[in-house]
Write a protein that binds this ligand. Sequence first.
Ligand code: SF4
Length: 437
Amino acid sequence: MVLRSDTPSVAFVTLGCAKNEVDSDRMARRAEAAGFALADDPREADAIVVNTCSFIEAATEESLEAIFDLAGIERPAGGVVPLIVAGCMPARYGDELEAELPEAAAFVPCSKEDDIAELLAEALEVDLASMRCGSASAGRAASTAAVSAYVKISDGCDRFCSYCTIPFIRGRYRSFPYEEIEAEVDRLVSSGTREIVLIAQDTGRWGDDLAEPSTLAELLARLAGRFSNTWFRVMYIQPEGISDALIETVATHDNICSYLDIPLQHVKPAILRAMNRTGSREEFESLVGRIRKRIPDATLRTTLIAGFPGETEEDFDDLCEFVESVDLDYVGVFAYSREDGTRAADMPDQIDEDTKLERAQALRDIADAACTARVAERIGESMEVLVLGCEEDGQLFGRAKCQAPDVDGVVYLGEGVPGQIVSVTIADTLLYEMEAE
Ligand code: SF4
């Protein structure tokens, strides 16, 4: 195959969540180490990898749109640029996809992503052994770290919530060893990263499946001690994962953000049992109380699902009351999505689409009113902000410890340089955004 230059180049296009971004970065580094150059623009690359998301139907549709958009790009020497479909879609749909997507040159499910270099070489008809090792560059260097970066601490999930496709897509839960996580953090910190966001499908379980069992509290304490100038933040801690030891670890380390992201999904025991989850409104209120007793200024985020099969008006009202009465800082609301292959999809008493969307919007409005009022209470508060960069219009912005990437607001700043941590006082807020004096 005739290439654009001596070094074959590849562009990665990522759909979906932060966990997919981490996977794309890992694939990009593998490709780079094998001698491929990384291209920013898919239209200028010799090959394209689309890392797909497929955990709900809407995400699958978005991934398909991206694939169709990038399929059939013509190469200067004739023919089309090979398109490799990676990630959740091939993992969820398997062989079915091959017949449906003739546009793809190859499929790489999550479990095979470490073979990306070999697959690229095959698609481009190049010999890996004769390609130079080490980093190549054609636009983007995977080794240049951002000010803030995600690090995955485990993959898969064993909880099998009845509405969720993730355990079928990502497989059983497996923690990554401490040494592997530490090496990744070290690599990022050495190249300038100041904030590490630890993610997984179920971060609170980390360590219990290792040969030498450990805990998330121990992992955090070790990382925070070893990298004392780096901020650490953890996302997606299931309620069962909030141990007293974890609360204590967060409370006693300045460089661990007092930010806990705890997906609750609902508060009615009957709905939670149908979801194959545990808890109740009383238990969650007590959990919030336990955290706030030890860390009064903790920032708490959750996600909730409206319109799960069997959810009555009364169940939904209870969920709304919970959001109104418990001091949560951020609440993500989703309408239940009926996914093929899950137990919930076959449950009786499915809620019609319009009602689900109406309930989700009503809950979102209640959450926005409560949470933006809490953001406004921060006016006059002094806090540290990690400077991230500039918006397109040149406005400088950063992130405080009470704000998680991608899901919460930011702090707009008057001065600072990316990577610097500045002390500011909050002068004003607009919904979820804050403005520093
Ligand atoms: S814990 Fe999260 S990833 Fe695991 S099954 Fe439940 S919703 Fe899915």
